[in-house]
Ligand binder design. Sequence first.
Ligand code: FES
Length: 154
Amino acid sequence: MATPTTINRQEFLQLFGLGAAGLLASACLGGCGMSGSGAAPGPVSPPAAGSVDFTLDLAAAANASLQDPAVGYVYGSSGSIIVAKTTAGGYVAFAAACTHQGTTVNFNASQQRFICPNHNAVFNLSGGVVSGPAPSGLKQYTTALTGTSLRVTG
Ligand code: FES
């Protein structure tokens, strides 16, 4: 009867041709570098006060998920701001960085809550902490809708 052989992690990876680069590449296949509502950017810092001023064209295909009731959000300002459409029809914008450890939050349209996927902090439509380890709410920015242009400032 054969004796089982024990190998360590490095030997296992070498055996199956998965070096560190291979692991990184496979991990990135699911979303590295993607933009739009489906792929949250990596951890980001909140923008400096007064430095936010951008406009979203709500008619643009790139912002279609903002109008999709099942999604209802996009990221703006290089991923540092999350903009969501509420079921009431308004728009809200917050710093996308979770106040716990900076992970980018996403928006759950059916719950009307911002969710941090890292440790599950939950924020309401005012940016306030509902649950989880976040020590404070998300910084809110001003939204102004003119026609199909949504300007975000703050
Ligand atoms: S980083 Fe968001 S809950 Fe920890």
